[in-house]
Design a protein around this ligand. Sequence first.
Ligand code: FES
Length: 511
Amino acid sequence: MRIDTAAGSILCDPWVNPAYFASWFPFPDNSQLDWETLGRVEYLYVSHLHRDHFDAAHLRRFVSKKATVLLPEYPTSELEDELRELGFTSFFKTKTNEVHTLDGGLNIMIQALTSPTDGPIGDSSLWVEHDGVRVLNQNDARPTDLATFAELGHVHAHMLQFSGAIWYPMVYELPEAAKRAFGKQKRDRQFDRTIRYIDDLKASYVFPIAGPPCFLDDELWQFNDIFGDEGNIFPDQQAFADHYAELGRDNAVILLPGTVAEVSADDVRVSHPVPDVKEFFAAKPAYLAEMKARKQPVIDAEKASWRHPEVDVLKEMKRRIEPLLDESVYLAKGVGGPVRFDLVGYDGETVESIVVDFPGKEVRRYADEKVRYRFRTERALVEHLLHIDEVDWVNSLFLSCRFSAVRIGQYNEFVYAFFKCLSEERLQYAEGWYSEQRPDAEDVCMDGWVVQRRCPHLKADLTRFGKIDDGVLTCQLHGWKFDLASGRCLTSVGHEIRASSADQPAPEPAS
Ligand code: FES
Protein backbone atom coordinates (compact mmCIF):
# COMPACT_ATOMS: atom_id res chain seq x y z
CA MET A 1 0.00 0.00 0.00
CA ARG A 2 1.12 3.52 -0.62
CA ILE A 3 -0.42 6.24 1.53
CA ASP A 4 -0.24 9.53 -0.37
CA THR A 5 -0.79 12.83 1.39
CA ALA A 6 -0.02 16.42 0.46
CA ALA A 7 2.84 16.21 2.99
CA GLY A 8 4.44 13.15 1.44
CA SER A 9 3.90 9.51 0.58
CA ILE A 10 4.50 6.46 2.75
CA LEU A 11 5.16 3.15 1.02
CA CYS A 12 4.04 0.33 3.31
CA ASP A 13 5.37 -3.23 3.17
CA PRO A 14 5.91 -3.49 -0.59
CA TRP A 15 5.92 -7.26 -1.21
CA VAL A 16 6.25 -8.61 -4.74
CA ASN A 17 8.64 -11.57 -4.82
CA PRO A 18 7.58 -15.00 -3.55
CA ALA A 19 8.28 -15.64 0.13
CA TYR A 20 9.08 -18.68 2.24
CA PHE A 21 10.76 -21.10 -0.15
CA ALA A 22 8.71 -19.75 -3.06
CA SER A 23 5.50 -20.85 -1.37
CA TRP A 24 3.62 -17.58 -0.99
CA PHE A 25 2.96 -15.19 -3.85
CA PRO A 26 1.06 -11.93 -3.53
CA PHE A 27 -2.52 -12.30 -4.68
CA PRO A 28 -3.61 -10.69 -6.93
CA ASP A 29 -0.31 -10.46 -8.78
CA ASN A 30 1.22 -7.02 -8.26
CA SER A 31 4.44 -7.51 -10.22
CA GLN A 32 3.12 -5.57 -13.22
CA LEU A 33 2.67 -2.30 -11.29
CA ASP A 34 4.91 0.63 -12.10
CA TRP A 35 7.24 0.07 -9.16
CA GLU A 36 9.80 2.59 -10.36
CA THR A 37 7.21 5.30 -9.78
CA LEU A 38 5.64 3.73 -6.70
CA GLY A 39 9.05 3.45 -5.07
CA ARG A 40 9.75 7.16 -5.36
CA VAL A 41 8.52 8.14 -1.91
CA GLU A 42 9.45 10.31 1.02
CA TYR A 43 8.85 7.56 3.58
CA LEU A 44 9.09 3.80 3.85
CA TYR A 45 7.34 1.77 6.51
CA VAL A 46 8.21 -1.90 6.93
CA SER A 47 5.97 -3.20 9.66
CA HIS A 48 8.10 -6.23 10.55
CA LEU A 49 10.53 -8.75 9.17
CA HIS A 50 8.18 -11.46 7.96
CA ARG A 51 9.11 -12.11 4.35
CA ASP A 52 5.69 -11.22 3.02
CA HIS A 53 6.23 -7.72 4.45
CA PHE A 54 9.96 -7.35 4.12
CA ASP A 55 10.90 -8.13 0.51
CA ALA A 56 14.62 -7.44 0.46
CA ALA A 57 15.12 -7.85 -3.31
CA HIS A 58 12.27 -5.51 -4.08
CA LEU A 59 13.29 -2.88 -1.54
CA ARG A 60 16.84 -2.92 -2.87
CA ARG A 61 15.84 -2.57 -6.49
CA PHE A 62 12.79 -0.32 -6.45
CA VAL A 63 12.51 1.83 -3.36
CA SER A 64 14.25 5.20 -3.30
CA LYS A 65 17.15 5.16 -0.88
CA LYS A 66 16.35 8.77 -0.17
CA ALA A 67 13.21 7.63 1.58
CA THR A 68 13.17 8.05 5.34
CA VAL A 69 12.35 4.82 7.09
CA LEU A 70 9.67 5.12 9.77
CA LEU A 71 11.04 2.64 12.25
CA PRO A 72 8.96 0.86 14.88
CA GLU A 73 10.49 0.77 18.35
CA TYR A 74 11.68 -2.81 18.46
CA PRO A 75 13.87 -4.28 21.17
CA THR A 76 16.48 -5.48 18.70
CA SER A 77 17.99 -3.55 15.81
CA GLU A 78 17.45 -6.34 13.25
CA LEU A 79 14.96 -4.45 11.09
CA GLU A 80 17.13 -1.34 10.96
CA ASP A 81 20.25 -3.43 10.29
CA GLU A 82 18.61 -5.26 7.40
CA LEU A 83 17.35 -2.01 5.87
CA ARG A 84 20.78 -0.37 6.23
CA GLU A 85 22.24 -3.37 4.48
CA LEU A 86 19.89 -2.65 1.56
CA GLY A 87 21.14 0.93 1.30
CA PHE A 88 18.69 2.92 3.43
CA THR A 89 20.45 5.56 5.50
CA SER A 90 17.72 7.85 6.79
CA PHE A 91 15.78 6.53 9.78
CA PHE A 92 13.11 8.13 11.89
CA LYS A 93 13.03 6.13 15.12
CA THR A 94 9.55 6.30 16.51
CA LYS A 95 8.53 5.74 20.10
CA THR A 96 5.79 3.24 20.47
CA ASN A 97 2.34 4.79 20.98
CA GLU A 98 3.69 8.33 20.59
CA VAL A 99 2.46 10.68 17.90
CA HIS A 100 5.28 12.24 15.87
CA THR A 101 4.83 15.23 13.61
CA LEU A 102 6.83 15.11 10.38
CA ASP A 103 7.36 17.84 7.78
CA GLY A 104 4.24 19.44 6.41
CA GLY A 105 2.18 18.49 9.46
CA LEU A 106 2.10 14.78 8.73
CA ASN A 107 1.33 13.02 12.00
CA ILE A 108 2.27 9.41 12.50
CA MET A 109 2.22 6.91 15.32
CA ILE A 110 3.59 3.39 15.26
CA GLN A 111 2.58 0.83 17.83
CA ALA A 112 5.20 -1.88 18.18
CA LEU A 113 4.30 -5.25 19.67
CA THR A 114 7.31 -7.03 21.04
CA SER A 115 6.46 -10.38 22.59
CA PRO A 116 8.22 -13.46 21.20
CA THR A 117 4.91 -14.50 19.69
CA ASP A 118 4.46 -11.25 17.71
CA GLY A 119 5.89 -11.81 14.27
CA PRO A 120 9.62 -12.50 14.18
CA ILE A 121 9.91 -10.85 17.63
CA GLY A 122 7.99 -7.81 16.60
CA ASP A 123 5.01 -6.66 14.59
CA SER A 124 3.53 -3.19 14.31
CA SER A 125 0.72 -0.93 13.09
CA LEU A 126 0.97 2.53 11.55
CA TRP A 127 -1.47 5.36 12.26
CA VAL A 128 -1.34 8.40 9.99
CA GLU A 129 -3.14 11.74 10.14
CA HIS A 130 -3.02 14.57 7.71
CA ASP A 131 -5.41 17.44 7.29
CA GLY A 132 -7.99 15.92 9.61
CA VAL A 133 -8.09 12.54 7.84
CA ARG A 134 -6.94 9.54 9.86
CA VAL A 135 -5.85 6.17 8.61
CA LEU A 136 -4.84 3.08 10.57
CA ASN A 137 -2.80 0.45 8.80
CA GLN A 138 -3.19 -2.22 11.45
CA ASN A 139 -1.78 -4.74 9.04
CA ASP A 140 -1.48 -8.21 10.59
CA ALA A 141 -0.61 -6.94 14.08
CA ARG A 142 -2.74 -8.21 16.95
CA PRO A 143 -2.86 -5.68 19.74
CA THR A 144 -5.16 -6.54 22.63
CA ASP A 145 -7.36 -3.62 21.62
CA LEU A 146 -7.28 -0.48 19.49
CA ALA A 147 -8.01 2.03 22.26
CA THR A 148 -4.69 3.85 21.80
CA PHE A 149 -5.65 4.65 18.21
CA ALA A 150 -9.32 5.33 18.92
CA GLU A 151 -8.34 7.94 21.51
CA LEU A 152 -6.67 10.01 18.80
CA GLY A 153 -9.94 10.74 17.10
CA HIS A 154 -12.28 9.16 14.61
CA VAL A 155 -10.44 7.01 12.05
CA HIS A 156 -11.61 7.24 8.44
CA ALA A 157 -9.83 4.24 6.94
CA HIS A 158 -8.98 1.06 8.82
CA MET A 159 -6.82 -1.47 6.97
CA LEU A 160 -6.47 -4.86 8.61
CA GLN A 161 -5.86 -8.55 8.15
CA PHE A 162 -8.83 -10.87 7.84
CA SER A 163 -7.42 -14.10 6.37
CA GLY A 164 -5.03 -16.84 7.50
CA ALA A 165 -1.26 -16.61 7.47
CA ILE A 166 -0.15 -19.81 9.18
CA TRP A 167 0.36 -23.51 8.53
CA TYR A 168 -2.38 -24.73 10.87
CA PRO A 169 -4.22 -26.99 10.41
CA MET A 170 -3.27 -27.92 6.86
CA VAL A 171 0.11 -29.46 7.55
CA TYR A 172 -1.07 -31.64 10.41
CA GLU A 173 -1.37 -35.34 9.74
CA LEU A 174 -5.00 -35.64 10.73
CA PRO A 175 -8.03 -37.35 9.23
CA GLU A 176 -9.48 -35.09 6.51
CA ALA A 177 -12.75 -34.55 8.39
CA ALA A 178 -10.93 -33.39 11.53
CA LYS A 179 -8.69 -31.13 9.50
CA ARG A 180 -11.69 -29.57 7.81
CA ALA A 181 -13.42 -29.02 11.15
CA PHE A 182 -10.33 -27.35 12.66
CA GLY A 183 -9.89 -25.29 9.51
CA LYS A 184 -13.48 -24.12 9.64
CA GLN A 185 -13.13 -23.12 13.28
CA LYS A 186 -10.00 -21.19 12.41
CA ARG A 187 -11.59 -19.50 9.39
CA ASP A 188 -14.55 -18.43 11.53
CA ARG A 189 -12.26 -17.20 14.30
CA GLN A 190 -10.25 -15.10 11.85
CA PHE A 191 -13.38 -13.37 10.61
CA ASP A 192 -14.67 -12.91 14.17
CA ARG A 193 -11.41 -11.37 15.28
CA THR A 194 -11.45 -8.98 12.33
CA ILE A 195 -14.99 -7.89 13.13
CA ARG A 196 -14.02 -7.36 16.76
CA TYR A 197 -11.22 -5.02 15.72
CA ILE A 198 -13.52 -3.23 13.30
CA ASP A 199 -16.09 -2.73 16.06
CA ASP A 200 -13.37 -1.54 18.38
CA LEU A 201 -12.29 1.27 16.08
CA LYS A 202 -15.56 2.08 14.29
CA ALA A 203 -13.77 3.61 11.32
CA SER A 204 -15.74 5.07 8.44
CA TYR A 205 -14.30 2.55 5.97
CA VAL A 206 -12.71 -0.84 6.36
CA PHE A 207 -10.10 -2.20 3.98
CA PRO A 208 -9.41 -5.94 4.25
CA ILE A 209 -5.68 -6.25 3.50
CA ALA A 210 -2.55 -8.29 4.33
CA GLY A 211 -3.59 -11.54 2.74
CA PRO A 212 -4.25 -14.11 1.70
CA PRO A 213 -1.23 -15.21 -0.33
CA CYS A 214 -1.66 -17.60 -3.23
CA PHE A 215 0.21 -20.88 -3.64
CA LEU A 216 1.45 -21.61 -7.12
CA ASP A 217 3.68 -24.64 -6.66
CA ASP A 218 1.97 -27.97 -7.46
CA GLU A 219 2.81 -29.26 -4.00
CA LEU A 220 0.84 -26.42 -2.35
CA TRP A 221 -1.86 -25.70 -4.93
CA GLN A 222 -4.54 -27.27 -2.70
CA PHE A 223 -4.12 -24.45 -0.16
CA ASN A 224 -5.78 -21.92 -2.48
CA ASP A 225 -9.37 -21.20 -1.53
CA ILE A 226 -10.83 -22.22 -4.89
CA PHE A 227 -12.27 -25.64 -4.09
CA GLY A 228 -15.30 -24.63 -2.03
CA ASP A 229 -13.69 -26.03 1.12
CA GLU A 230 -15.21 -24.43 4.22
CA GLY A 231 -12.11 -25.52 6.16
CA ASN A 232 -9.75 -23.44 4.01
CA ILE A 233 -8.09 -20.76 6.14
CA PHE A 234 -7.19 -18.48 3.21
CA PRO A 235 -10.46 -16.76 2.23
CA ASP A 236 -9.88 -13.79 -0.07
CA GLN A 237 -10.99 -10.15 0.20
CA GLN A 238 -14.24 -10.80 -1.61
CA ALA A 239 -15.11 -13.73 0.66
CA PHE A 240 -14.60 -11.47 3.66
CA ALA A 241 -16.57 -8.62 2.09
CA ASP A 242 -19.46 -11.04 1.37
CA HIS A 243 -19.45 -12.29 4.94
CA TYR A 244 -19.28 -8.73 6.21
CA ALA A 245 -22.21 -7.72 4.01
CA GLU A 246 -24.25 -10.64 5.37
CA LEU A 247 -23.83 -9.04 8.80
CA GLY A 248 -25.51 -5.95 7.38
CA ARG A 249 -22.32 -3.91 7.03
CA ASP A 250 -21.64 -1.87 3.93
CA ASN A 251 -18.40 0.02 4.52
CA ALA A 252 -15.84 -2.52 3.27
CA VAL A 253 -13.58 -1.45 0.40
CA ILE A 254 -11.52 -3.98 -1.53
CA LEU A 255 -8.10 -2.98 -2.76
CA LEU A 256 -6.58 -4.66 -5.82
CA PRO A 257 -3.08 -3.91 -7.10
CA GLY A 258 -3.61 -0.58 -8.84
CA THR A 259 -6.77 0.41 -6.96
CA VAL A 260 -6.82 4.04 -5.85
CA ALA A 261 -9.02 4.96 -2.89
CA GLU A 262 -9.33 8.66 -2.10
CA VAL A 263 -10.25 8.95 1.54
CA SER A 264 -11.64 12.19 2.90
CA ALA A 265 -13.34 13.03 6.18
CA ASP A 266 -16.74 12.46 4.54
CA ASP A 267 -16.36 9.73 1.98
CA VAL A 268 -14.19 7.44 -0.07
CA ARG A 269 -13.88 7.42 -3.85
CA VAL A 270 -12.50 4.26 -5.35
CA SER A 271 -11.22 3.45 -8.81
CA HIS A 272 -10.23 -0.11 -9.63
CA PRO A 273 -8.02 -1.47 -12.39
CA VAL A 274 -10.78 -3.93 -13.39
CA PRO A 275 -14.33 -3.16 -14.51
CA ASP A 276 -16.00 -5.45 -11.98
CA VAL A 277 -14.34 -6.57 -8.74
CA LYS A 278 -16.84 -9.37 -8.04
CA GLU A 279 -16.29 -10.80 -11.49
CA PHE A 280 -12.56 -10.61 -10.97
CA PHE A 281 -12.82 -12.81 -7.87
CA ALA A 282 -15.35 -15.13 -9.50
CA ALA A 283 -12.72 -15.88 -12.16
CA LYS A 284 -10.05 -16.67 -9.55
CA PRO A 285 -9.39 -20.33 -10.53
CA ALA A 286 -8.52 -19.33 -14.12
CA TYR A 287 -6.55 -16.31 -12.90
CA LEU A 288 -4.46 -18.47 -10.59
CA ALA A 289 -3.91 -21.14 -13.24
CA GLU A 290 -2.57 -18.51 -15.63
CA MET A 291 -0.40 -16.96 -12.90
CA LYS A 292 0.91 -20.40 -11.96
CA ALA A 293 2.08 -21.08 -15.51
CA ARG A 294 3.70 -17.65 -15.71
CA LYS A 295 5.55 -17.96 -12.40
CA GLN A 296 6.69 -21.57 -12.82
CA PRO A 297 10.22 -20.53 -13.92
CA VAL A 298 10.60 -18.49 -10.72
CA ILE A 299 9.62 -21.49 -8.61
CA ASP A 300 11.94 -23.80 -10.57
CA ALA A 301 14.87 -21.43 -10.16
CA GLU A 302 14.29 -21.16 -6.41
CA LYS A 303 13.99 -24.91 -6.00
CA ALA A 304 17.27 -25.41 -7.83
CA SER A 305 19.01 -23.26 -5.21
CA TRP A 306 18.06 -25.25 -2.12
CA ARG A 307 20.22 -28.36 -2.34
CA HIS A 308 23.50 -28.31 -0.45
CA PRO A 309 24.59 -31.95 -0.24
CA GLU A 310 27.84 -30.90 1.41
CA VAL A 311 25.97 -29.85 4.56
CA ASP A 312 26.10 -32.47 7.31
CA VAL A 313 22.68 -31.70 8.76
CA LEU A 314 23.03 -33.49 12.07
CA LYS A 315 26.46 -32.05 12.74
CA GLU A 316 25.36 -28.52 11.81
CA MET A 317 22.13 -28.66 13.80
CA LYS A 318 24.15 -29.86 16.77
CA ARG A 319 26.67 -27.09 16.37
CA ARG A 320 24.08 -24.33 16.10
CA ILE A 321 21.26 -25.53 18.30
CA GLU A 322 22.97 -27.21 21.26
CA PRO A 323 24.54 -24.04 22.69
CA LEU A 324 21.10 -22.41 22.56
CA LEU A 325 19.46 -25.40 24.23
CA ASP A 326 22.03 -25.11 26.91
CA GLU A 327 21.11 -21.49 27.58
CA SER A 328 17.41 -21.98 27.32
CA VAL A 329 15.46 -22.18 30.55
CA TYR A 330 11.88 -21.10 29.82
CA LEU A 331 11.59 -22.16 26.21
CA ALA A 332 13.20 -25.56 26.83
CA LYS A 333 10.97 -26.14 29.83
CA GLY A 334 7.96 -24.93 27.87
CA VAL A 335 8.60 -27.39 25.05
CA GLY A 336 9.11 -30.07 27.67
CA GLY A 337 10.07 -32.99 25.41
CA PRO A 338 11.98 -34.02 22.32
CA VAL A 339 11.06 -32.63 18.91
CA ARG A 340 11.76 -34.86 15.92
CA PHE A 341 12.62 -33.85 12.38
CA ASP A 342 12.20 -36.48 9.69
CA LEU A 343 14.18 -35.28 6.69
CA VAL A 344 13.29 -36.74 3.33
CA GLY A 345 16.23 -37.13 0.95
CA TYR A 346 16.47 -36.01 -2.69
CA ASP A 347 15.12 -39.38 -3.85
CA GLY A 348 11.89 -38.67 -1.96
CA GLU A 349 12.30 -41.82 0.16
CA THR A 350 15.37 -41.96 2.35
CA VAL A 351 14.59 -40.48 5.72
CA GLU A 352 17.02 -39.18 8.29
CA SER A 353 15.50 -38.70 11.76
CA ILE A 354 17.00 -36.08 14.02
CA VAL A 355 15.79 -35.15 17.48
CA VAL A 356 16.14 -31.83 19.23
CA ASP A 357 16.00 -33.06 22.79
CA PHE A 358 14.91 -30.10 24.91
CA PRO A 359 15.08 -31.77 28.35
CA GLY A 360 18.34 -33.56 27.47
CA LYS A 361 19.75 -30.35 25.86
CA GLU A 362 21.15 -32.12 22.85
CA VAL A 363 20.62 -32.70 19.15
CA ARG A 364 21.04 -36.32 18.15
CA ARG A 365 19.68 -39.17 16.07
CA TYR A 366 16.16 -40.27 16.87
CA ALA A 367 16.18 -43.18 19.32
CA ASP A 368 12.74 -44.71 18.93
CA GLU A 369 11.27 -42.57 21.68
CA LYS A 370 8.11 -40.59 22.39
CA VAL A 371 8.35 -37.05 21.07
CA ARG A 372 6.37 -33.86 21.64
CA TYR A 373 6.22 -32.88 17.95
CA ARG A 374 7.30 -34.56 14.75
CA PHE A 375 8.00 -32.53 11.61
CA ARG A 376 8.56 -34.15 8.25
CA THR A 377 10.13 -32.08 5.51
CA GLU A 378 12.64 -32.19 2.67
CA ARG A 379 16.23 -32.49 3.77
CA ALA A 380 17.15 -29.92 1.09
CA LEU A 381 15.12 -27.24 2.88
CA VAL A 382 16.97 -27.76 6.14
CA GLU A 383 20.26 -27.89 4.25
CA HIS A 384 19.39 -24.50 2.82
CA LEU A 385 18.47 -23.04 6.22
CA LEU A 386 21.81 -24.19 7.59
CA HIS A 387 23.65 -23.00 4.50
CA ILE A 388 22.29 -19.45 4.79
CA ASP A 389 22.56 -19.52 8.58
CA GLU A 390 18.87 -18.77 9.01
CA VAL A 391 18.09 -17.75 12.58
CA ASP A 392 14.33 -17.88 12.17
CA TRP A 393 12.90 -21.19 10.98
CA VAL A 394 9.35 -19.87 11.37
CA ASN A 395 10.00 -17.00 8.96
CA SER A 396 11.28 -19.54 6.42
CA LEU A 397 10.50 -23.23 6.84
CA PHE A 398 7.31 -23.24 8.89
CA LEU A 399 5.54 -20.46 7.02
CA SER A 400 6.44 -22.18 3.75
CA CYS A 401 3.95 -24.92 4.69
CA ARG A 402 6.40 -27.32 3.01
CA PHE A 403 6.23 -29.84 5.84
CA SER A 404 3.82 -32.05 7.68
CA ALA A 405 3.48 -32.32 11.43
CA VAL A 406 2.19 -34.48 14.22
CA ARG A 407 1.95 -33.30 17.77
CA ILE A 408 1.09 -34.96 21.02
CA GLY A 409 -1.19 -32.82 23.13
CA GLN A 410 -1.95 -29.14 22.80
CA TYR A 411 -0.38 -26.51 20.58
CA ASN A 412 2.90 -25.51 22.12
CA GLU A 413 3.95 -21.91 21.47
CA PHE A 414 7.40 -22.57 22.90
CA VAL A 415 8.33 -24.93 20.07
CA TYR A 416 7.84 -22.21 17.48
CA ALA A 417 9.23 -19.48 19.73
CA PHE A 418 12.44 -21.51 20.06
CA PHE A 419 12.81 -22.14 16.34
CA LYS A 420 12.39 -18.44 15.59
CA CYS A 421 15.18 -17.64 18.04
CA LEU A 422 18.17 -19.50 16.68
CA SER A 423 20.56 -16.72 17.54
CA GLU A 424 22.06 -15.70 20.82
CA GLU A 425 20.39 -12.31 20.75
CA ARG A 426 16.91 -13.52 19.95
CA LEU A 427 17.06 -16.41 22.39
CA GLN A 428 18.19 -14.18 25.22
CA TYR A 429 15.43 -11.73 24.44
CA ALA A 430 12.74 -14.42 24.39
CA GLU A 431 14.04 -16.06 27.56
CA GLY A 432 14.11 -12.70 29.29
CA TRP A 433 10.65 -11.86 28.09
CA TYR A 434 9.18 -15.07 29.46
CA SER A 435 11.10 -14.65 32.66
CA GLU A 436 9.62 -11.18 33.15
CA GLN A 437 6.13 -12.53 32.82
CA ARG A 438 6.69 -14.18 36.17
CA PRO A 439 5.69 -12.08 39.13
CA ASP A 440 8.99 -12.55 40.98
CA ALA A 441 11.64 -11.39 38.55
CA GLU A 442 14.69 -13.22 39.74
CA ASP A 443 17.84 -11.90 41.43
CA VAL A 444 21.17 -13.66 41.44
CA CYS A 445 24.35 -13.38 43.46
CA MET A 446 27.47 -12.36 41.57
CA ASP A 447 30.83 -11.33 42.92
CA GLY A 448 29.49 -9.91 46.15
CA TRP A 449 26.43 -8.28 44.53
CA VAL A 450 22.78 -9.27 44.36
CA VAL A 451 21.70 -8.33 40.86
CA GLN A 452 18.61 -8.83 38.74
CA ARG A 453 19.21 -11.88 36.57
CA ARG A 454 18.20 -10.30 33.25
CA CYS A 455 20.02 -7.43 31.60
CA PRO A 456 17.89 -4.27 31.47
CA HIS A 457 18.88 -3.84 27.81
CA LEU A 458 17.67 -6.92 25.94
CA LYS A 459 17.29 -9.30 28.82
CA ALA A 460 20.44 -11.37 28.45
CA ASP A 461 21.02 -13.79 31.30
CA LEU A 462 23.61 -11.99 33.40
CA THR A 463 24.83 -15.18 35.03
CA ARG A 464 26.24 -15.93 31.57
CA PHE A 465 26.91 -12.53 30.10
CA GLY A 466 27.56 -10.33 33.13
CA LYS A 467 31.07 -9.45 34.26
CA ILE A 468 31.70 -7.27 37.30
CA ASP A 469 34.78 -5.12 37.68
CA ASP A 470 35.09 -2.46 40.35
CA GLY A 471 31.38 -2.27 40.94
CA VAL A 472 30.60 -1.89 37.24
CA LEU A 473 28.71 -4.69 35.56
CA THR A 474 29.29 -5.17 31.85
CA CYS A 475 26.80 -7.28 29.95
CA GLN A 476 28.85 -8.88 27.25
CA LEU A 477 25.99 -9.46 24.85
CA HIS A 478 26.12 -5.87 23.61
CA GLY A 479 28.64 -4.37 26.01
CA TRP A 480 26.27 -2.22 28.09
CA LYS A 481 27.61 -1.11 31.45
CA PHE A 482 25.87 -0.51 34.78
CA ASP A 483 27.08 1.10 37.96
CA LEU A 484 25.85 -1.33 40.60
CA ALA A 485 25.98 0.97 43.62
CA SER A 486 23.60 3.49 42.05
CA GLY A 487 21.87 1.11 39.59
CA ARG A 488 22.59 3.63 36.83
CA CYS A 489 23.10 2.47 33.26
CA LEU A 490 26.35 3.99 31.97
CA THR A 491 25.60 3.27 28.31
CA SER A 492 22.15 4.70 27.79
CA VAL A 493 19.56 6.80 29.55
CA GLY A 494 17.05 4.85 31.58
CA HIS A 495 17.59 1.10 31.88
CA GLU A 496 18.40 1.10 35.60
CA ILE A 497 19.54 -2.16 37.07
CA ARG A 498 18.30 -3.57 40.39
CA ALA A 499 21.37 -4.33 42.47
CA SER A 500 22.65 -4.24 46.02
CA SER A 501 25.75 -5.30 47.80
CA ALA A 502 25.48 -8.90 49.02
CA ASP A 503 26.09 -7.85 52.62
CA GLN A 504 23.01 -5.63 52.49
CA PRO A 505 19.59 -7.19 52.85
CA ALA A 506 18.41 -8.54 49.50
CA PRO A 507 16.10 -6.19 47.56
CA GLU A 508 12.42 -6.95 47.42
CA PRO A 509 11.49 -8.98 44.35
CA ALA A 510 9.77 -6.81 41.74
CA SER A 511 6.02 -7.17 41.74
S1 FES B 1 21.32 -7.58 26.49
FE1 FES B 1 22.34 -6.03 25.40
S2 FES B 1 23.86 -5.42 26.78
FE2 FES B 1 22.79 -6.89 27.86
